[in-house]
Design a protein around this ligand. Structure first.
Ligand code: E4P
Length: 219
């Protein structure tokens, strides 16, 4: 399973990239707005900081302008994946960009039918938002199961399932059990995945006992 980090915070991305846990980055207009910086500069910097795909989202809603924005974003770096919303104009834009060999991440997916259409439009990634479905009392992880089942039926679908709107380690584990290709995860969730109170307690006890021996491995 690949991990993408869901942030536009360059310092955080650089720190996480060094750990080797990060296979790519996703941004969206809200995450870019948080930086208070020029979007094109931020995307360029993120693309230089990681080797994997970096999703950068168009902000127009009509096909013609989306396509122009898509080409502009794609020329920033080889590892840009253009993100388009799951609308009719977005899927037409996806098809045109995919025809030019540009990777497209179709975002704001909330139903299996939408995911099917995105695969038919040649999306490299489909982003179903599990947390936002859970928020309205629906089962976000059931959507992931449904999409994986549909995509598995057809060899011609090369679209990777990128689980988005992840709120905690439980979402990541459930997505991994289902065999989702990728989870895009806020930095705090990546840190939380590493932690367990029994690890901290066990380590403290080992160190206390070691201290009593008066020994040192080094020096
Ligand atoms: C995905 O690409 C989106 O940027 C993101 O996962 C949205 O998550 P949110 O619902 O926490 O805003």
């Amino acid at each position: 399973m690949k991990f993408f980090v869901d942030t536009a915070d360059i310092a955080e991305i650089t720190r996480l990239a060094e750990t080797g846990f990060v296979d790519g980055v996703t941004t969206n207009p809200s995450l870019i707005a948080k930086t208070g910086r020029d979007m094109l500069e931020v995307v360029r910097e993120i693309c230089a900081a990681v080797e994997g795909p970096v999703s950068a989202e168009v902000t127009a809603t009509d096909h013609e302008t989306m396509l122009k924005e898509g080409f502009r974003l794609a020329e920033l770096a080889d590892n840009v994946a253009v993100k388009v919303p799951l609308t009719a104009d977005g899927l037409l834009t996806c098809r045109r960009l995919a025809e030019q060999g540009i990777a497209v991440n179709v975002t704001l997916c909330f139903s299996p039918g939408q995911a099917l259409m995105a695969a038919k439009a040649g999306a490299a990634f489909i982003s179903p938002f599990v947390g936002r479905l859970d928020d309205i009392g629906q089962d976000g992880m059931q959507l992931i199961a449904d999409i994986l089942q549909i995509y598995d039926q057809y060899d011609e679908f090369a679209t990777e399932v990128l689980v988005a709107s992840v709120r905690g380690p439980a979402h990541v584990i459930a997505a991994a059990k289902l065999g989702a290709d990728i989870a895009t995860v806020p930095p705090a969730v990546i840190h939380a995945l590493l932690q367990h109170p029994l690890t901290d307690k066990g380590l403290a006890a080992f160190l206390a006992d070691w201290e009593k021996t008066g020994q040192k491995i080094l020096g």
